[in-house]
Every structure is written in C-alpha cells, then in structure tokens.
Design a protein around this ligand. Structure first.
Ligand code: HEC
Ligand code: HEC
Ligand code: HEC
Ligand code: HEC
Ligand code: HEC
Ligand code: HEC
Ligand code: HEC
Ligand code: HEC
Length: 326
C-alpha cells in the first residue's frame, strides 16, 4: 500500500518521540479528526499490535513494551488507502542487562503529569481522589482484597482509566491490586507523583517484618545495598511470582552468568570439580509446590553467611544436609 498523501491526520498527544520508560505498560493517546480515517493500525517493532476503528476525536490505548527500543508505527487508513503514517520510538531501560541500563543518546524521560493536560480532562479525571490513597493493611491483605474487592477499588480509582494496563499481569503487588497508587506516588512532588528515593524508604514503610529481619543480618547482597528494590521487583505487577522482572533463575543469571550449571555448588564439598548440581527443573524438597532455584539455597536480600545461604546454616556442608538427609 502506498501512502496516498501525507495529510497529517494523526497527532500523537502522548508520548513524544524518544521517550524513556521503566516498565512494560505505555499509555498512548492520539487525536484523529472524525471522518479522516476508517482504521488505525499500530505496529510495534514491525509486528501488528492493535487495529482500531476511530470513533471519537481522541483514541487511547496501551502497548506493553519490550526491553530496549520499541519502534511504534501508527498508520491511518481510509477506504483501503494509507492516508497518514507516523512513528514514535520508546526505550524501555533495564538494570538487568548491561546493554539496556543506559538509554541511547537523544532519549529523555518525558513526565506526562508535569505538562498541561487540558486535552485529556474532557474525558478523564486528573485530580486524584481519596480512594487513590486507600490504606493497605499488610497483615490482613488477602482477606482485605476479598472483602473490599480489587475490582471495586479499580472502579473508584481516578488513575485506573489511563493506567489499567499496569495491573494486567498474573502477579499484582498488594497496593497496586487495590489501586492505592498514592501509597507510593506523592501528588505535589517534583516531578509530580515522584516516588521517595531510595526505594527502601517506601518499601519498608509497609514491609516492616522484612526490614527488621534483613537489617539484623551480617551480610547484604550487592544489589540490595543499592536500596533500589525495583532492580529485581516490579512495584506494580509482573508475569512472575514476587513481582520479579524475570523468573528467579533467569534473574540471578542476568548478573551471575556462570552459575546455572551448579558446578559451583558441589565443587568444594564432593572433591570433584566437574559435577553439575541441578539449579532448576526439580521440585524443591524444602518448599512445597515450588521448583528448585537459586533462591532455594540463597537469600537474595541478606544473610548471616557471606555466600547468602538461607536456612540459617553455618556451613555449606550443613546446607547440603537440609535437603540430603541421608
Ligand atoms: C474523547 C474522550 C477522551 C479524551 C479527550 C481522552 N481520552 Fe483517554 N480514554 C477515553 C476512553 C473512553 C478510554 C477507555 C476508558 C475505560 O475503558 O475505562 C480511555 C482510555 C485511556 C487510556 C488507557 C487505554 C488502555 O486501553 O489501556 C489512556 C492511557 C488514556 N486514555 C490516555 C489519555 C490521554 C493522555 C489523554 C489526553 C491527551 C486522553 N486519554 C484523552 C477517552 C478519552
Ligand atoms: C488522562 C490519563 C491519565 C490519568 C487519569 C492518570 N495518568 Fe498517570 N500518566 C498518564 C500517561 C499517558 C503517562 C505516561 C505514559 C504511561 O506511563 O503510560 C502517565 C505517567 C504517570 C507516571 C510516570 C511519571 C510521568 O509523569 O510521566 C506516574 C507516576 C503516574 N502517571 C501516576 C498517576 C497516578 C498516581 C494517577 C492517579 C492519581 C494517574 N497517573 C492518573 C496518563 C494518566
Ligand atoms: C509500592 C509502591 C508503588 C505503588 C503502590 C505504585 N507505584 Fe508506580 N512506581 C513505583 C516506583 C518505585 C516507580 C519507578 C519510578 C521511580 O522510581 O521514580 C513507579 C513508576 C510508575 C510509573 C512510570 C512507569 C514507567 O514505565 O516509567 C507509572 C506510570 C506509575 N508508577 C503509575 C502507578 C499507578 C497508576 C499506580 C496505582 C495502581 C502505582 N504506580 C502504584 C512505585 C509504586
Ligand atoms: C502500602 C504498603 C506497601 C508498600 C509501600 C509496599 N508493599 Fe509490597 N506488599 C504489600 C502488600 C499488602 C502485599 C501483599 C501481602 C503479602 O503477600 O505479603 C505485598 C507483597 C509484596 C511482595 C510479594 C510477597 C509475597 O510473598 O508474594 C513483594 C516482593 C513486595 N511486596 C515487594 C515490595 C517492594 C519492592 C516495595 C517497594 C517498591 C513494596 N513491596 C512496597 C504492601 C506494600
Ligand atoms: C537481587 C534481586 C532482589 C533485590 C535487589 C530485592 N529482592 Fe526481594 N526478592 C527477590 C527474589 C528472587 C525473591 C523471591 C525469593 C524466593 O523465591 O523465596 C524476593 C522476595 C521478596 C519478598 C517476599 C518474600 C520475603 O522474603 O519476605 C519481599 C517482601 C521482598 N522480596 C521485598 C524486597 C525489598 C523491600 C527489597 C529492597 C530492600 C528487595 N526485595 C530487593 C529478589 C530481590
Ligand atoms: C543486578 C545484578 C545482580 C543480580 C540480579 C543478582 N546478583 Fe548476586 N551479586 C551481585 C553483586 C554485585 C554481588 C557482590 C559482588 C560479588 O561478590 O560478586 C553479588 C553477590 C552474590 C553472592 C555472594 C558472592 C560471593 O562471592 O560471596 C551470591 C551467593 C549471590 N550474589 C547470589 C545471587 C542470587 C541467588 C541471585 C538471584 C536471586 C542474585 N545473586 C542476583 C549482583 C547481582
Ligand atoms: C543447592 C544449593 C544451591 C543452589 C541451588 C545454588 N547455589 Fe549458589 N552456592 C551454593 C553453595 C553451597 C555455595 C558456596 C560454594 C563454595 O563455598 O565453594 C554457593 C555459592 C554461590 C556464589 C558465590 C560464588 C562462589 O562460586 O562461591 C554465587 C554468586 C552463587 N552461589 C550464585 C548462585 C546462583 C545464581 C544460583 C542459581 C543458578 C545458585 N547459586 C544456586 C549453593 C547453591
Ligand atoms: C534446597 C535443597 C538442596 C540442597 C541445599 C542441596 N541439594 Fe543436592 N540436590 C537437590 C535436588 C532437588 C537434587 C536432584 C534430585 C533428583 O534428581 O531427584 C539434588 C541432587 C544432588 C546430587 C546428585 C546430582 C546428580 O547429578 O544426580 C548431588 C551429588 C548433590 N545433590 C549434592 C549436594 C551437595 C554437596 C550439597 C551441598 C553443597 C547439596 N546437594 C545441597 C537439592 C538440594
């Protein structure tokens, strides 16, 4: 299909080209004058992503970004002819791959809430409400969610209408599940809704038990000492248990590439340096229903052992006996 004529039909209200994002979901808003197009096609990195029939002046949707550069191509079609084509590039950074920690030159964070959003207020409420700061009782959480209902919380949240894609994952973090966005995001902060830094300030305001437990240990894991919990955990939701950016095994391998074989486990205890020990794909004998992983033996946060063994063991040999009782 050839572009018939470039009529500047599509205007992208958000995001600007070369925007940096941290996590998966990205909200997109377009203006498409009524009657100017019969179909809008959205491709991300050359794969067809969404097709929509424009029926109002403003069209809104979300895409889930991959790590790295996402080339988003938007095409307006009228009566089977391409009438406009526009592209926007968005970079999703990641602390877990050296390649994508730093954005390419020319990319910037574009704070949506710092700018005038009169174009949105006709259909969306931008002023936060009381329910966006709903109190979260960590001790009673599952019952709280059952009684009050995450769906009901979503309905009363002013953030939900634009940010609903944020929780569209199998594992949703407690406060995000009940749309208590303002338990971490501060209205009036600079920039608007910025989260207090470092992460531990907000994480440990609720996870008091973990704070006491971990700070009482002798050794802290490298990434834990950065106080950026979001290196490993998505504060909103993810595909993986504990809202991790990757499944545990892959997460650890992002930084400790050579440990997957498990040779490191047995080399000093069996007197042989070439034997593998499973590190996944077997049931964890100590954690019912869970697969063996690096976290079966290591605590990713803190420990009294320099090798971050969990299970309160004083030596590697004692660790072996926890699972190998014979
Ligand atoms: C003409 C009305 C209208 C205007 C103006 C409007 N929106 Fe929307 N928007 C909607 C509707 C309707 C939805 C769907 C809401 C729902 O399902 O709860 C929506 C949903 C969204 C979503 C979520 C999309 C998804 O599926 O995940 C985002 C993001 C969004 N809007 C951003 C914006 C932004 C940014 C602006 C201003 C530049 C804006 N909207 C202006 C009507 C509008
Ligand atoms: C009119 C739609 C809309 C509403 C309502 C809305 N947001 Fe946003 N927000 C966006 C868009 C668009 C972005 C940028 C793209 C993205 O993050 O998907 C954004 C980005 C953000 C960011 C990242 C920083 C920034 O400014 O870009 C935070 C934090 C945020 N929103 C929090 C909230 C909270 C909390 C609420 C509810 C009190 C809320 N938003 C309500 C549309 C909206
Ligand atoms: C447990 C704390 C916490 C809660 C609850 C939370 N956020 Fe966040 N959010 C963060 C952190 C941490 C970041 C990373 C950005 C930063 O560090 O400034 C972030 C970033 C964002 C961003 C930017 C996304 C990107 O890819 O750059 C948006 C949008 C956002 N939050 C919206 C929301 C909305 C809407 C809610 C309510 C469902 C919410 N957040 C609840 C902690 C939280
Ligand atoms: C407003 C209170 C609150 C804040 C702030 C908060 N959390 Fe949570 N968190 C919860 C609740 C509630 C749960 C669900 C109950 C549970 O499983 O312990 C939870 C669960 C979790 C879980 C999953 C626990 C499990 O056993 O499945 C992780 C991981 C987690 N939070 C990490 C974080 C991180 C990282 C931060 C900071 C970015 C943070 N939390 C900030 C309330 C909070
Ligand atoms: C190196 C990556 C990494 C960092 C950094 C990290 N975590 Fe975790 N976290 C994990 C993994 C992996 C698990 C799941 C362990 C398992 O399978 O038992 C976990 C589990 C958790 C849990 C639930 C289980 C528990 O032990 O209570 C909470 C809560 C939690 N993390 C909070 C935090 C907070 C708060 C921070 C920042 C102080 C943080 N994490 C930093 C990787 C990390
Ligand atoms: C973001 C990078 C990163 C991730 C992800 C990560 N680590 Fe680490 N880890 C480090 C750094 C940095 C150190 C400290 C430097 C060193 O001793 O190698 C460290 C140290 C360790 C040590 C002690 C090393 C020693 O020589 O005593 C163990 C054990 C360990 N990590 C296990 C894990 C496990 C298990 C996971 C997954 C749950 C994990 N790490 C995820 C960066 C990471
Ligand atoms: C069955 C228990 C077990 C599992 C599973 C396990 N480790 Fe280990 N790990 C150990 C022991 C024991 C040591 C100490 C080895 C030594 O003292 O020679 C260790 C040491 C380490 C060290 C310190 C460096 C070294 O070679 O001594 C790192 C880093 C590490 N493990 C990462 C991982 C990662 C990443 C995974 C998942 C792929 C993993 N471990 C899985 C038991 C385990
Ligand atoms: C968290 C539990 C756990 C710990 C701790 C543990 N193992 Fe294992 N180990 C396993 C599992 C699970 C298997 C696989 C059993 C199977 O195949 O059914 C295994 C298998 C083995 C095997 C047989 C490997 C093969 O190729 O067949 C040896 C040898 C072994 N472990 C030695 C050790 C030593 C030495 C230690 C201490 C440094 C240790 N294990 C610590 C869970 C553990």
């Amino acid at each position: 299909m050839a572009v018939e004529s470039n009529q500047n039909i599509i205007t992208i209200n958000y995001p600007p080209d070369k925007t940096i994002m941290e996590f998966g979901p990205l909200g997109i808003s377009l203006s498409v004058p009524q009657g100017s197009a019969t179909l809008i096609k959205v491709n991300v990195n050359d794969k067809e992503y969404i097709k929509l029939v424009p029926d109002q002046e403003v069209e809104c949707f979300s895409v889930l970004l991959s790590v790295g550069i996402n080339r988003i191509n938007i095409t307006a079609i009228k009566e089977d002819k391409e009438v406009d084509k526009i592209a926007v590039n968005v970079f999703r950074r990641s602390d877990l791959s050296s390649e994508f920690i730093k954005p390419p030159v020319g990319y910037n964070i574009n704070y949506f809430h710092e700018k005038d959003s009169w174009q949105c207020t006709g259909c969306h409420i931008l002023k936060p409400g009381d329910s966006d700061r709903r109190s979260v009782n960590i001790a009673a959480f599952p019952s709280e969610i059952l009684s009050a209902g995450a769906k009901a919380a979503a309905r009363t949240s002013t953030c939900y209408s634009c940010h609903k894609a944020l929780t569209s994952y199998p594992f949703v973090h407690g406060p995000a599940a009940v749309w208590s966005c303002l338990s971490c995001h501060e209205p009036g902060a600079k920039p608007e809704y910025a989260v207090k830094k470092p992460d531990t300030k907000i994480c440990f305001s609720c996870h008091i038990k973990q704070k006491e437990d971990w700070y009482g240990k002798k050794y802290f894991h490298g990434p834990f000492t950065t106080e950026k919990c979001a290196i490993c955990h998505n504060p909103h939701a993810s595909e993986n248990p504990f809202n991790l950016h990757k499944p545990t095994w892959d997460l650890c391998l992002s930084c400790h590439i050579d440990k997957g074989s498990g040779i490191h486990i047995v080399r000093n205890y069996l007197g042989i340096s070439s034997k593998n020990h499973p590190t996944r794909g077997k049931p964890d004998p100590l954690r019912k229903g869970k697969e063996l992983s690096c976290a079966s033996c290591h605590d990713p946060h803190a420990s009294d052992s320099a090798k971050f063994w969990r299970l309160n063991v004083g030596s590697g040999f004692e660790l072996c006996t926890k699972c190998h009782t014979d």
